[in-house]
Design a protein around this ligand. Structure first.
Ligand code: SF4
Ligand code: SF4
Length: 443
């Protein structure tokens, strides 16, 4: 990385959120939490090193060259460093800012631009396009042509043969617009259906609806919703993220809590207003929506004490929970999933074990696992070894990207472990009927 000030290519401060970078006091407490620093041991691949580079670029002491861009791309945006930081450095916001500025100014190959357009502008925002892609992928998988067809669109090292099978149409069909509470009704929620979730993990969405209804909530799935733009924001497409934020705000107009079962989407939606200038009327609407965002576990945990399940045989034990980065670091939610899982384990008569590195990134990180499969797998391999040592036979997460990553890694490692979402565990344990209170007639 060039640090000469002679020809400061891209040294203007628009590339960097300079004010936030000044919060860093260089203490180094974040270093041991950073998965890329653990891989390389190199300071420039650490949070402190990246902030130093950002500052150097902003001050014209370094060039925003290919090496600088590589260190920004190497970061998983897992935000583990934020949890460790005593100075409150908002690393995630800084990195999103820099990636957005780099994407706008960095020359990209025709292939990269085409794939970004295809993914961010054609597929993710349009339910029909995603549905077609999933149907095509399922057909390719069932005829054995999948790796050959997908190879031109994926990095060379991508483990396409371990990609999970796209489920049948029955699982991918849209959720009902409204599902009434069963038994005692305690409230109502709106639910984010997501973009990739319905295509790959429709069963998770159905478990979310079924378990919330069983816990006493009416569940509304408003029309007009699409991708929330989280993947766009994390990967430098700020314009795309803003457009999808506006659609999401319109779709979820109202007062109901917005339940999100994807940690990455929840973390993004809680900070949606940062996409807009304070003077922009969308800023206030985004802030109002952000206040209504609740992770699935936050809502379900309020009712789990009343749940009565008989789940013998429904879950294989021991069960282990792996914290998604955007739940524990992005939203500071750690206890609620464990409350739910402990209740389910009691009902199923199995034990829950803690993974010592449960808060470290699994390497999924949005589309990081597709863009940098070798780094992603190396990061997961460390956690796979911990999982194998734990003896767990069920691994639970709360984010579709993490679920995909774990399923692929566990298949690659040949472990006998089933991967489930928290909502699937709750539904298995308590889906048949939960309220201790007597049912009352529906209004
Ligand atoms: S976000 Fe994650 S990968 Fe990036 S610097 Fe922080 S800890 Fe390291
Ligand atoms: S912990 Fe925070 S203040 Fe300390 S070096 Fe890391 S980012 Fe800077």
């Amino acid at each position: 990385m060039s640090t000469t000030a002679a020809t400061p290519v891209g040294s203007d401060r628009s590339l960097v959120d300079y004010a936030k970078s000044l919060d860093c006091i260089h203490c180094g407490l974040c270093l041991r939490t950073c998965p890329t620093y653990q891989l390389t041991g190199v300071e420039s691949s650490s949070p402190r090193g990246r902030i130093h580079l950002m500052r150097a670029v902003a001050e014209g002491r370094a060039n925003a060259d290919a090496d600088f861009a590589e260190e920004m791309d190497f970061c998983l945006l897992c935000r583990h460093c934020e949890s460790a930081c005593p100075a409150g450095v908002r690393f995630g916001e800084m990195m999103e800012h820099t990636r957005g500025a780099l994407a706008a100014t960095r020359p990209q190959s025709l292939r990269t631009r085409f794939l970004r357009w295809l993914g961010f502008r054609v597929a993710l925002p349009h339910r029909f396009a995603l549905s077609l892609a999933a149907a095509g992928m399922r057909a390719a998988q069932s005829t054995g042509l999948w790796p050959a067809i997908a190879r031109p669109f994926a990095p060379r090292e991508a483990g396409l043969e371990h990609f999970p099978k796209v489920p049948s149409w029955a699982e991918r069909r849209a959720l009902p617009r409204s599902t009434p509470a069963r038994g005692e009704r305690v409230g109502a929620v709106a639910m984010l259906e997501g973009c990739v979730m319905p295509q790959l993990y429709g069963r998770v969405n159905r478990a979310t609806v079924a378990s919330l209804a069983a816990l006493g909530f009416d569940v509304h799935v408003p029309a007009g919703q699409t991708c929330c733009g989280s993947l766009h924001a994390h990967n430098g497409d700020v314009e795309g993220a803003r457009a999808l934020a506006k659609r999401t705000i319109d779709a979820f107009d109202g007062e109901l809590p917005l339940v999100v079962n994807s940690a990455g989407c929840g973390s993004h939606l809680r900070a949606l207003h940062h996409l807009f200038e304070p003077s922009d009327p969308w800023h206030a609407r985004a802030a109002a929506l952000a206040k209504r965002v609740r992770d699935y576990s936050e809502i379900a945990a309020t009712r789990i004490a009343t749940a009565q399940g008989s789940a013998a045989g429904a879950l294989a034990g021991p069960l282990a929970y792996d914290d998604p980065c955007h739940l524990c670091h992005g939203q500071q939610i750690r206890s609620q999933p464990r409350v739910l899982l402990d209740a389910a384990c009691r009902a199923a008569g199995i034990a829950r074990v803690e993974l010592p590195d449960s808060e470290s990134c699994c390497g999924s990180a949005g589309i990081y696992s597709v863009l940098r499969p070798a780094d992603s797998q190396a990061i997961l391999d460390v956690k796979l070894a911990t999982l194998a040592r734990s003896g767990a036979r069920t691994l639970v997460t709360a984010n579709p990207g993490c679920q995909l990553q774990w399923e692929q890694g566990i298949a690659r490692a040949g472990l006998d472990v089933r991967v489930l979402h928290v909502a699937e565990v709750v539904e298995r344990a308590f889906g048949a009927g939960v309220s201790a209170a007597a049912p009352r007639p529906r209004p």
